[in-house]
Design a binder for this molecule. Structure first.
Ligand code: SF4
Ligand code: SF4
Length: 258
């Protein structure tokens, strides 16, 4: 398969260093014959998508770095526009991409450069790889290890456990954000939070996760699949259940009084 990116979203701090590094590498300078220069604005060959999830005070922020042009489907769509390489990197040929707005229209992560009249996107920093770099600039600056790059065979375990955003992508994701169900429990009469209450998450009447309220009375079910759930509170005075539909969005069930 050749070169791949591994992205571990659980390690991504959202610092955007990778996004800036790509600008630093490609804005204002062309790397012929690999890439025409990237415009200062309007294109993000590496784009860190941020998503604010939940409702105050149960909020999580997720980051997903994307490299949309590293997708085998582009080679299938326009083989004449992709340079032939042994390492599998998708490198849109600047000359062959002149006038090819159709490629930019068809793929997220491929951009139309109006001024130069060509489409362009992430090259995997092929100019650096061919110059002896082990990893592209964006991966080199990632301080947390969220980004890795190399031969697919060296990442076999990660790839086996990974997800892709598109089936042909050379970018493999670990810990893509899923859903959370969270809330808080408190003792209304005592005006105190309840610590250590057993709380279960059920799907189709089966317990799929179990936790306890923490020192603040909070409870979290993180990284659960999108689904309609029931939250079961195993309180001293008896069991209580409530619905939590996390099919489309994360759920904060709020402060629950006992
Ligand atoms: S440099 Fe690394 S930690 Fe920072 S946003 Fe990019 S992937 Fe995330
Ligand atoms: S691999 Fe190079 S071209 Fe691709 S996003 Fe990273 S810095 Fe930009």
């Amino acid at each position: 398969m050749g070169k791949v990116f591994i992205v571990d979203c659980a390690l991504c701090s959202g610092c955007h260093n990778c996004q800036v590094a790509c600008k630093d590498e490609h804005c204002g300078r062309a790397w012929e014959p690999y890439a025409a220069q990237q415009p200062l604005t309007g294109q993000f060959w590496c784009r860190v998508d941020q998503k604010d999830r939940g409702t105050v005070p149960k909020v999580r922020v997720s980051y997903v770095p994307k490299f949309g042009a590293q997708d085998e489907t582009i080679r299938e769509f326009a083989p004449e526009a992709v340079q032939k390489r042994d390492d599998g990197l998708i490198v849109l040929d600047p000359e062959a991409c002149r006038g090819r707005k159709d490629i930019a229209d068809a793929f997220d992560g491929v951009y139309w450069n109006e001024e130069l009249g060509l489409c362009q996107g992430c090259t995997g920093c092929a100019h650096l790889i061919d110059d002896g770099w082990d990893v592209p600039h964006c991966v080199d600056v990632c301080a947390t290890g969220a980004l890795r790059f190399g031969e697919a065979e060296d990442f076999a375990d990660e790839i086996a456990a990974a997800e892709q955003l598109t089936p042909g992508s050379h970018v493999y994701y670990l810990n893509l954000p899923k859903r959370f169900v969270a809330g808080e429990v408190y003792d209304e009469a005592a005006d105190e939070i309840i610590e250590g209450m057993k709380i279960q998450l059920l799907a189709d009447d089966e317990v799929v996760a179990e936790t306890e309220s923490d020192d603040f009375g909070d409870f979290w079910f993180d990284q659960v699949e999108p689904a309609a759930y029931t939250v079961r509170f195993c309180a001293e005075g008896g069991v209580r259940e409530m619905a939590a539909d996390a099919t489309e969005l994360d759920v904060n069930v709020g402060s629950i009084a006992f």
